[in-house]
Design a protein around this ligand. Structure first.
Ligand code: NAD
Length: 441
């Protein structure tokens, strides 16, 4: 199929590259010239496992190219996937500005395209609250196109379930495929994109598809908060929470998936916090009381506070932090709990050095470099290129990454002191050693 992908961020560039890798003819569209140039040069605009090689390969073969020209993309494609950001507004509500803008632009281009080249289908992959497609975006398309959705053009919602860090793998082996279809032909067009991929397919109404994504993210946040609270209580009671969870999770009769149920560090990233925030905001606006959901983010903040307390308890001023992105294997810093932790320590006057192999100034690309330079200049100056530099500086080290280079360099025996934020692979050995403190044990 001929596919346009709007938004070349984490979701869009992975979708574009993987669809091109699957044999589709893909045009990526972004307003950011840096991202467009990077893709056309065969380079990934984000750090993700396997994405660099894949983009180089599909750009080289001509299966993927990028542009800023919406009209040109729409004229040369049968289906558009919209992957623009939907961040939180300051009051917690969902920001739909980018979605509205791109929908207007696509609508205007579709009006020009008319019936030529067959019916075009517009597919929303961005996370958006139930009703956004039907009540906000479809009317915009109908207004610009001057036609009827489901008749003159297709509309579908196809939420994304990839996990940053392993998103290319997740694309080719998805946990499930959800298609919210306005009409069967719209759903057929989406499913033709993924033909041959494993996993169960669910065809549902558009607002159900929108709602499923929030169910997933709210539950992930709830599981992480649950595991971390248990970890904290059991640590205080001198009980090994990981042993508890091993047994808890072995109980397959209750069908518990172990994902997100290991005590570790606080969650973050560009999805879980903002999706929980907008879900709670939507519930409040609808006058629905959601005490469990509204306490997931405060529980997460309390966990971060426990990490700050451990540093205070260590009683040292020179602190090293390993890991800064919101999770290992990505360079995404948005709402990273490690950034939050670094800022708390920086604000308390600790003498901090930070190492994250994906976030060193020498490696950071376009948008992320800009993010660090404009939003985190105070942390940018603390970034160290080498693990040894941080170890030489620190009296106490916080470890929030599983980067093998960091793990193999970490000393044993108490100098520097070690605060394990994530339950390191060798935590069982380390916790018998002097100078080890585990947040998740
Ligand atoms: P992102 O911020 O990394 O990327 C969004 C991109 O859209 C940016 O490159 C921006 O320049 C571009 N853009 C904005 N307006 C545009 C326009 N008018 N035309 C073309 N491009 C435009 O966002 P992301 O992390 O990829 O997330 C995108 C959506 O997918 C969000 O709704 C998010 O909640 C959802 N989602 C994200 C993940 C994830 O792991 N990051 C997973 C599942 C779902």
């Amino acid at each position: 199929m001929r596919v346009s992908v709007f938004g070349l961020g984490y979701v869009g560039c992975v979708s574009a590259a993987c669809l091109a890798g699957k044999g589709h003819e893909v045009i990526g569209v972004d307003v950011n010239q840096v991202k467009v140039d990077l893709v056309n040069d065969g380079k990934a605009p984000v750090v993700e496992e396997r994405i660099g090689e894949l983009i180089a390969e599909v750009v080289d073969s001509g299966a993927l190219r990028a542009t800023r020209d919406v009209r040109e993309a729409i004229m040369n494609s049968d289906i558009s996937l919209i992957c623009v950001g939907t961040p939180s507004e300051p009051n917690g509500s969902l920001c739909t500005t980018y979605l509205e803008r791109v929908t207007e632009e696509i609508g205007a281009a579709l009006a020009e395209r008319g019936g030529s080249g067959g019916r075009h289908t517009v597919v929303f992959r961005s996370t958006m609250l139930p009703g956004t497609c039907a009540n906000l975006l479809t009317p915009i398309l109908e207004k610009y196109v001057g036609g009827t959705a489901g008749v003159d053009f297709g509309v579908a919602v196809n939420p994304e379930f990839l996990r940053e860090g392993t998103s290319v793998r997740d694309f080719f082996d998805p946990p499930k495929t959800v298609v919210g279809e306005l009409d069967p032909a719209s759903g057929d067009a989406v499913l033709a994109l993924y033909e041959g991929l494993p996993g169960e397919v669910f065809r549902v109404p558009v607002s159900t598809a929108e709602a499923i994504k929030y169910a997933d993210n709210a539950f992930h946040g709830l599981k992480i908060g649950f595991a971390n609270e248990l970890g904290a209580v059991y640590r205080a009671l001198g009980v090994d929470s990981h042993q508890v969870m091993d047994v808890f999770l072995a109980d397959r009769k209750l069908n518990i998936s172990p994902a997100y149920l290991r005590p570790g560090f606080a969650f973050g990233g560009s999805c879980l916090p903002k999706d929980l925030r907008s879900l709670v905001h939507a519930a409040q606006r609808a006058d629905v009381s959601v005490p469990i959901l509204s306490h997931v983010l405060p529980s997460n903040s309390a966990h971060l506070e426990r990490a700050v307390e451990l540093v205070e308890r260590a009683g040292k001023r020179r602190v090293g932090l390993f890991g800064l992105s919101f999770k290992p294997g990505t360079d995404d810093l948005r709402e990273s709990p490690l950034v939050e932790l670094a800022e708390r320590l920086f604000g308390k006057g600790y003498d901090l050095r930070i190492h994250d192999a994906n976030v060193s100034l020498s490696r950071l690309l376009g948008a992320n470099r800009e993010y660090v330079e404009t939003r985190l200049p105070h942390l940018a100056q603390l970034l160290a290129d080498s693990v040894d530099e941080v170890l030489a500086h620190a009296e106490v080290c916080l470890v929030g990454t599983r980067d093998p280079d960091v793990l193999s360099a970490l000393p044993h025996g108490g100098e520097p002191l070690l605060i394990d934020l994530i339950h390191l692979p060798d935590a069982d050995t380390r916790r018998t050693e002097p100078g080890y403190m585990g947040l998740a044990w």
